[in-house]
Design a protein around this ligand. Sequence first.
Ligand SMILES: Nc1ncnc2c1ncn2[C@@H]1O[C@H](COP(=O)(O)OP(=O)(O)OP(=O)(O)O)[C@@H](O)[C@H]1O
Length: 445
Amino acid sequence: MTNEGWADIRENLRTRVGKDNYITWIEPLKLSALDDGVASFAVPTTFFGDWVSRNFADQILHQLHRSGAAVERVEFVLERNAPALPKAAARKRAPEEKEVPGAPLDGRFTFDSFVVGKPNELAHAAARRVAEGGPVTFNPLFLYGGVGLGKTHLMHAVAHELQLRQPDLRVLYLSAEQFMYRFVQALRERQVMDFKELFRSVDVLMVDDVQFIAGKESTQEEFFHTFNALVDQNKQIIISADRAPGEIKGLEERIKSRLQCGLVVDLHPTDYELRLGILQQKAEFYHTQYRDLVIAPGVLEFLAHRISTNVRVLEGALTRLFAFASLVGREITLELTQDCLADILRASDRKVTIEEIQRKVAEHFNIRLSDMIGPKRVRTIARPRQIAMYLSKQLTSRSLPDIGRRFGGRDHTTIMHGVRKIEELMTADSQLSDDLQMLKRLLQG
Ligand SMILES: Nc1ncnc2c1ncn2[C@@H]1O[C@H](COP(=O)(O)OP(=O)(O)OP(=O)(O)O)[C@@H](O)[C@H]1O
């Protein structure tokens, strides 16, 4: 195989790893040798080689296999050490194949790089089961959870794994938005039959962020038929959304009920241990990149504690921290972390809302949420209401009139009275002060 042959194969990787990854990591690779089943690629730096090896080696190998090359292993060698490829090497043509035109998969989103903890263990186990590619046991697998909790990561991991285990499987991953876009395009170009045929011919269909089609009638209709056709053929479907099927407003009832037919699992917000695990994994990786950087004890723990919004923010913070520390050539201390990430840390300070406070307090005292804003004056209701007023003053930056408005339009003097009452009682009543401590802990995460 020549570098020209490699260039053809490389093109197939473009759709799999995404444009950005392709330009950064795949395009610069030069095939330098193909001997004894080992394909050697010349890379500009050791870090570059490490990264490509960790993230894309499997896919490169897979594509080489598909092209018919007799390769068992790929390796990445520094450019200056790399042997030159003989110019006259034979070239094998890639067999004609009908590709399933899905969205690109991110090569970094694999099961290996997914850290499992209590909040995501069920979703991970379900995704793993599907990735094994055995008989379809639950259809669809419906994954849901808040922003940046790993839904897309898990879906891509399933797709990678399936493609590795069963290269001939037609796996189609795309977002609901892309599904709609393609459908509209097919309508416009009068190619709806082709569209239907394509979507009904896949073995595994993955649709990310399905909430997007809520309220879009004809797209929903088409999605419904595609869904049914695939389920009828016993083809696996994986769907993700930001909330449970029943809670997606604007989604037709018949779709909601179909989506609930299989296994519905949620990714819970991360807990401290999971965040720390993710940070440790990423830091370990960065160490291979910035070998001289020292990270002081306690820094990762500090970040895991302070940044509880989502994993994407956590990752961004660590990337910035390592890049910054390597630029200034200093140890990553707590102080440097606080300086470098001041904006992220500020934005991540947990913001508690009055509604959340009312809900938690109502739950804690076993009263109705509506009583928080209602007129009842009996003590069993009035006292929790005052506690909620007190916590609203303490934990949010809202003014008294503003808090009053959220407590059923009460006057700011009523709120002030409530706050003072609790301050007074709290010094003498240890039960009350325990309740307050616990509620604060619950609310502040
Ligand atoms: N458990 C985990 N282990 C390692 N990385 C994770 C984990 N969970 C999330 N991430 C990382 O966090 C980032 C965001 O994850 P992902 O894109 O999968 O989120 P999402 O749930 O699809 O969010 P959105 O709803 O915004 O699309 C990714 O870089 C992903 O690799």
